[in-house]
Design a protein around this ligand. Structure first.
Ligand code: AMP
Ligand code: GLY
Length: 423
């Protein structure tokens, strides 16, 4: 079959790498892709939210199945766009329809869903411009730290955690009244602060059944020791050492099952990946957030551990026969380290030549913000590439990634040297 992957990050290069290994694949396309995907697939110069352009490409290139990488096209309704068009309604789309994508598109929607289906999560209330005074009162009733979340998509910047009550009130006003995050902060969810260690759980569903993929832990802060600004993710490890069998059973029975059942009860059509951000409070898992896609850089450690043919899985998801598929996982650990442009996540320079790529033997390089220019691979984004390695333990895998990085270079290259420090 012919497959199109939408997106341009390390996540999408990893999907392309895994899909390219399948005997079921005829031709692979990525839109818009990067230098990594260009080496193994045909890149199409299209934005992931250009639905008309994607439709034209799907028809021209005889594409049978589309894997949607990032959340934006899903929240904007790409799946519904296909279903509503006679010419392309038969194409399989991996990603939920718009109504279900609200699990990521609206924090309030996600919280209400969790309440309705008894999924454990932090206590909360939501507020608008009109109820900002009640918001101040609610903040006064809580203990620090205060967690404020813009309801809508805010490019990963919409969550604020503040220690000072007055600062929390000022931020609440700035979000609701001064539209700090534009329309995304028309509503703000204020949450109880949960103290614990986080992990990411990945579920695939065809709307009827589900399968659970390996857990992963990502490192979001730019600085060592988890300090400094939030990023898209600086590294990841799979499996998560503290996710014991007992803890994973709790995640499945209390979170995954009620979530998939809840989607059915609420008539929210879902064929795709569910990424559940979980925090371990004592021995109990609680949901921090839902995402309606795979994580990045978690994908760079989860898919390399998947032994089963990914195209077989994607077809089963689209055909609602997921219950027939056996998911096989590599016992080895996988880790990834992100190389980023100096200055990221604030301003940084692009167009830096990356050297040493041909010398790497013990790791897999997944390109992210990188492109071909005049025969060279050059930087084109903040997160540039993810260096993934396997090991019998995660220590061994991390060591291999760091050894590989010794041979890679570009001007102002930065990476965290402490991935896994807290485990
Ligand atoms: P989110 O965008 O909802 O994933 O939030 C971003 C980050 O904020 C999460 O990964 C957590 O580290 C943190 N966070 C979110 N909600 C809470 C909470 N209720 N308690 C503690 N930390 C939180
Ligand atoms: N690594 C976190 C995310 O993809 O949202």
């Amino acid at each position: 079959m012919n497959i199109l992957i939408l997106g341009s990050g390390g996540r999408e290069h990893t999907f392309a790498w895994k899909i390219a290994q399948s005997k079921r694949l005829n031709k692979l396309f990525v839109a818009p892709g990067n230098s990594g995907t260009e080496a193994i697939a045909e890149n199409l110069n299209l934005s992931v939210t250009d639905f008309e352009g994607i439709k034209t490409a799907v028809i021209q290139k005889n594409i049978d199945l589309v894997v949607v990488g990032p959340e934006d096209p899903l929240v904007q309704g790409i799946h519904d766009f296909f279903l509503q068009d006679e010419a392309i309604k038969h194409i399989s789309i991996i990603g939920p329809q718009k109504a279900a994508a609200e699990l990521e598109g609206s924090k309030e929607f996600a919280k209400e869903f969790m309440m309705r289906h008894n999924v454990p999560t932090a206590a909360y209330q939501s507020f608008t411009k009109e109820t900002v005074e009640a918001g101040y009162k609610f903040l006064e009733s809580l203990n620090a730290p205060y967690v404020l979340k813009a309801d809508g998509l805010a490019a990963g910047k919409g969550v604020l955690i503040l220690n000072d009550l007055d600062e929390a009130k000022a931020e609440l006003k700035s979000m609701l009244v001064d539209a700090k995050f534009g329309n995304a902060s028309n509503k703000v969810v204020i949450e109880e602060f949960l103290d614990g260690i986080e992990l990411s759980c990945f579920v695939l569903t065809d709307g009827k059944d589900y399968k659970i993929l390996p857990t992963a832990k990502d490192y979001k802060r730019i600085g060592e020791g988890d300090t400094g600004l939030n990023t898209g993710g600086m590294g990841a490890i799979s499996p998560v050492p503290f996710a014991t069998k007992d803890f994973l059973d709790k995640i499945e029975s209390r979170i995954v099952k009620p979530t998939v059942e809840g989607l059915k009860k609420d008539n929210l059509p879902y064929v795709g990946f569910i990424f559940i951000g979980i925090i371990k409070v004592g021995d109990e898992p609680k949901v921090i957030e839902y995402n309606v896609r795979m994580g990045d850089p978690e994908t760079e450690v989860v898919l390399p551990r998947l032994k089963t043919d990914l195209v077989e899985i994607l077809q089963a998801m689209a055909n609602q026969t997921l219950f027939e598929v056996k998911i096989e996982i590599d016992d080895r650990a996988a880790t990834t380290i992100m190389l980023v442009s100096g200055g990221y996540p604030e301003t940084y320079e692009k167009g830096k030549k990356i050297t040493g790529l041909d010398t790497i033997e013990d790791s897999i390089i997944f390109h992210a913000g990188a492109k071909f220019l005049d025969g060279n691979v050059v930087t084109s984004g903040g997160r540039v590439m993810a260096i993934t390695s396997y090991g019998e333990t995660y220590h061994e895998a991390i060591k291999k990634s760091y050894q590989s990085i010794e041979n890679l270079n570009f001007d102002k290259m930065y990476y965290r040297k402490d991935i896994g420090f807290d485990l």
